[in-house]
Design a protein around this ligand. Structure first.
Ligand SMILES: Nc1ncnc2c1ncn2[C@@H]1O[C@H](COP(=O)(O)OP(=O)(O)O)[C@@H](O)[C@H]1O
Ligand SMILES: [Mg+2]
Length: 436
């Protein structure tokens, strides 16, 4: 027997009652709603994935167990496959709001995706509540990390006003909205990672033979089993055989830069994907991120020494970097970084040291600066860049005792006693901040 709702019929777009004939219900209440539905479907990435989807059966199963969650947030590092997993999970059955290119106005983007027309003078939030109240709707907010606060501010009243609304979010960091359930998307298991590489490589070069399983496994492991990095690497097989690719993995940020033209700009290269996260960090988070880049795995003591900041501050910065998916907490007080992310940090660290060195060389007090030996200038630069003595020793390949001796001479020559004063001296020389 049919339910009451089925007999009455509701519009698939706006939920209003629809005309019912003896044989069938109208799917839409008006032509406008039918056209909105067509426009929406054309934008639905769930139906738009043209390449094969690999693995993730376990994730898809587990996601179905969160049917009660009002906000389900898929979190994880850049390129791990959050968006793709959300697409496969919702399979074209959700309204998709793509936020990667939006700089604000999340509510308006939602209204557009839902095909909700605006009434002059009515706040967009009220229009959304009016249209969604009493309806069962799944909304996907894709790529939200840069708009986390705005998304959270919108979702709270929206979810309260619309009991039938469920939201699936993809983001590098949680929205921190009441009722949010977090689902951490992990890199692919190694066998799936290899399968993905082989699939995309063969699509790029028909008939390609990939016999060296061991090399493929190493390649995918060093690419952190990240689908984005693997897809970008697979594009290179036409010009670089796998062995060559492996040999050049330290230059991956230079090499992995030819993504799909249709992908968002920050998914066309590995560097752009990570840069997007780095650019959205505070200056202190950036400092910690750079200082931690030499260490694939570390504990709090190493982090404190590397960042040269008090332990409580370092812990707070580490928590933010973990929340933003740039550092992973490995349990038992250990932290880890993906190799690609770490290489990006190292690049930034090197840039920073160069910037500071250039500042010292161009100092406003050339007479004083000239009295510093080249090595002392390097030490000054690294102190100003926030490096600890241990790190300076490691970077300049000199002993800790030598670092201390150089620092002692610098203090005498510049007549400065603390590291902060040395950093200030460099900053004042250029009129900027070495951490900027
Ligand atoms: N399981 C998978 N099978 C096939 N391709 C995948 C898979 N996961 C991700 N991809 C592809 O990898 C790229 C990056 O994934 P994406 O979901 O955009 O990452 P994220 O949203 O986490 O930044 C996309 O081209 C996507 O289609
Ligand atoms: Mg995404």
């Amino acid at each position: 027997m049919r339910s009451m709702a089925e007999q009455v019929g509701t519009c698939a777009t706006c939920g209003a009652a629809t005309a019912t004939s003896r044989r069938r219900h109208a799917r839409y209440c008006s032509n406008a709603c039918r056209q909105r539905a067509y426009r929406q479907r054309a934008n639905e990435p769930g139906t738009a994935a043209l390449d094969s989807f690999i693995g993730r059966a376990g994730e898809l199963d587990r996601l179905t167990t969160f049917a009660d969650a009002r906000v389900l947030t898929l979190v994880g590092p850049p390129g791990v496959g959050k968006t793709r997993l959300a697409k496969e999970f919702t399979n074209g059955q959700a309204h998709w709001v793509e936020l990667s290119s939006a700089s604000s106005q999340v509510a308006r983007a939602c209204a557009t995706a839902l095909g909700i027309g605006e009434v002059t003078g009515e706040p967009v939030l009220s229009a959304l509540v009016r249209a969604l109240a009493g309806r069962t709707t799944v909304l996907v907010l894709d790529d939200c990390e840069h708009l986390a606060a705005e998304c959270a501010a919108l979702l709270e009243p929206l979810l309260l006003g619309c009991q039938g609304l469920r939201v699936i979010v993809t983001s590098r960091e949680p929205l921190r909205v009441p009722g949010e359930v977090l689902f951490a998307v992990q890199p692919l298991p190694i066998t799936c990672a290899v399968e993905l590489f082989a699939d995309r490589a063969r699509a790029n070069q028909l008939g390609l033979r990939l016999d060296d399983r061991a090399a493929l496994t190493t390649l995918c492991a060093r690419l952190d089993r990240l689908p984005l990095a693997i897809e970008l690497a697979a594009r290179l097989v036409t010009v670089l055989p796998v062995g060559e690719l492996l040999a050049h993995l330290d230059d991956r940020l230079e090499l992995l830069n030819r993504g799909n033209r249709t992908a968002a700009e920050r998914h066309q290269s590995l560097r752009a994907a990570i840069e997007w996260s780095y650019d959205h960090l505070s200056a202190d988070e950036q400092h910690a991120f750079r200082c931690l880049s030499p260490f694939p795995s570390f504990g709090l003591d190493v982090a404190v020494a590397a960042c040269d900041l008090p332990a409580d501050r370092v812990l707070a910065l580490l928590s933010s970097l973990v929340a933003k998916s740039l550092v992973t907490s490995a349990g038992a007080g250990r932290f880890e970084q993906l190799e690609s992310v770490r290489l990006y940090g190292r690049e930034k660290l090197a840039e920073q040291a160069e910037v500071v060195l250039a500042r010292v060389a161009r100092t406003a007090e050339p007479a004083v600066a000239r009295t510093l030996s080249e090595r002392e200038q390097q030490v000054v630069a690294l102190v100003a860049a926030g490096r600890s003595n241990v790190r300076i020793g490691a970077e300049l390949k000199i002993s800790l005792r030598m670092v201390e001796t150089h620092l002692q001479r610098v203090r005498q020559k510049l007549d400065l006693s603390t590291r902060t004063q040395i950093a200030d001296w460099v900053i004042n020389a250029e009129g900027g901040s070495p951490r900027a």
